[in-house]
Design a protein around this ligand. Structure first.
Ligand SMILES: [Zn+2]
Length: 132
């Protein structure tokens, strides 16, 4: 626990908090207002959280959205969690990214989180059976 960056609350720039969860600015934001929401308990990922923690985290996601809407006025959001090294997780304390998106921040926003695997770009005519 001691070497976990998210367990050192004093290093986090908090935006909101409740009994079981925290919301704070991402230290390396990918857009203006990028916020992380985590459980206070040090657990590895999304699937280790209790129902109470998921509820607490979900409430903070809504609070963070209100905060971001007011302060940054984004045009959209991506919300997501990386679960496991091969899905991109580097801090093994469960966290959900709330990434505000802005008109023009990428040339073609279609597909959003689908672009995490660049070779599988958004294709409006995609064949549903391609990967099944
Ligand atoms: Zn931790």
């Amino acid at each position: 626990m001691t070497d976990c960056v998210f367990c050192h609350k004093e290093n986090l720039v908090l935006v909101a908090e409740n009994k079981l969860a925290l919301a704070f600015y991402d230290g390396c934001p990918v857009s203006r207002g990028h916020i992380l929401v985590i459980p206070k308990r040090h657990i590895k990922d999304y699937f280790d959280a209790s129902h109470e923690e998921h509820n607490a985290i979900n409430r903070l996601i809504f609070k963070a959205k209100q905060y971001i809407d007011k302060k940054y006025k984004p045009d959209g959001y991506n919300i997501g969690a990386n679960i496991g090294y091969f899905a991109g997780q580097t801090v093994f304390h469960f966290h959900i990214h709330i990434i505000p998106r802005y008109k023009g921040d990428v040339e073609d926003p279609r597909g959003g989180v689908r672009k995490i695997i660049p070779s599988h770009n958004y294709n409006p005519k995609c064949n549903k059976n391609d990967l099944h």
